[in-house]
Design a protein around this ligand. Structure first.
Ligand SMILES: [Mn+2]
Length: 319
């Protein structure tokens, strides 16, 4: 398993009430990543922390780190706070598409494998606020244009049930699959964030199977929460068996991209937080590697549910 960290969480973060940690530059962030055993990559946020491409590429080489992804952030600018890709004003959509295209150019320049984009501001707070049909069509056309540009660099779309809008347009995996089927470009995929899947009351492992069966590529973010808010906690700190099952299917389907920590240390010591997150993921991956996955799937086929429950107790919980 290859693990990476979203570097935005290695500096100052804030929520509605508080600020956490101290602001630091990219080099210092990468130096922190180097101190975390088992983490060999980063997802970097474009354009806010990327710096000049050739310099960043050289810095990454010097540090011996790989890119997991470049994250195109289309929600930060004031003009996009109410939405970007789904807005009626064409110039706002065009500028957001341009940012994604620029992120693709950047990803190509630094040698990253994919661009990921989470259109969090695209949605609605009030009923009778947006024209749903038009908003959906605008988003499809915008993402289609971004994917047509340099298709050798795939674009992954991350869904989330809410925040910053009360309802995000792309709120579930199934809806994102429908969306990408409309986009009609194979150079696309879905960024499946474990915590976002819980918030949508999905089962993250089932979501992997859904993408697999629908022939949609995916890239994974790891974290955990209480099913009610996107707390970005340490993986499996709340939902152990869901995480085991998630990794079980990732392994079963031969997932070979990075597992990227979309986790936020907040009040905790940053290095120790990410170390524990990486250790937890590695430990669970080790459990999954030892399981006879063929046997599990055979028992499912035979509907031997209690035999499976016994295996879960003995081999996974080890009770
Ligand atoms: Mn995420």
């Amino acid at each position: 398993m290859k693990q990476s960290i979203i570097t935005a969480f290695l500096s100052k973060t804030q929520d509605r009430f508080s600020e956490y940690q101290e602001p630091i530059g990219l080099r210092e962030r990468l130096e922190i990543v180097k101190r975390i055993d088992g983490v060999t990559g980063v997802e970097i946020v474009y354009p806010y922390e990327t710096e000049e491409a050739s310099q960043t590429k050289a810095l990454m080489q010097e540090m011996g780190l790989e890119f997991a992804a470049v994250n195109a952030n289309i929600k930060k600018e004031t003009k996009w706070v109410p939405g970007a890709l789904s807005r009626p004003k064409e110039n706002l959509r065009k500028e957001a598409v341009q940012l994604i295209k620029d992120a693709k150019d950047y990803a190509i320049a630094v040698g990253a494998p994919l661009v990921t984009c989470c259109p969090l501001s695209d949605g609605f707070d009030n009923l009778f606020q947006v024209d749903y049909q038009k908003a959906w069509k605008y988003m499809i056309d915008a993402v289609a244009e971004a994917t047509d540009y340099k298709p050798e660099m795939p674009l992954f779309i991350e869904y989330k049930i809410n925040e910053t809008r009360v309802n995000c347009h792309l709120d579930t995996c199934a809806k994102t699959i429908v969306f990408l089927k409309e986009v009609q470009n194979p150079a696309t995929g879905i960024t499946i964030d474990f915590g976002h899947s819980l918030l949508a009351k999905e089962n993250p492992a089932q979501v992997l199977a859904l993408c697999e069966q629908s022939n949609v590529d995916y890239y994974l973010h790891t974290n955990d929460n209480d099913w009610n808010f996107d707390w970005d906690l340490i993986g499996a700190s709340r939902n152990f068996l869901h995480t085991v099952e998630f990794f079980f299917y990732a392994k079963e389907f031969g997932y070979d991209r990075f597992f990227t920590a979309d986790a936020s240390p907040r009040i905790f010591d940053m290095v120790v937080f990410f170390r524990e997150h990486a250790e937890m993921n590695r430990a669970i991956w080790n459990i999954v590697e030892k399981l006879d996955r063929k046997k599990y799937r055979q028992l499912m086929h035979e509907e031997k549910h209690m035999d499976l429950m016994e295996l879960v107790r003995k081999e996974i919980y080890r009770l």
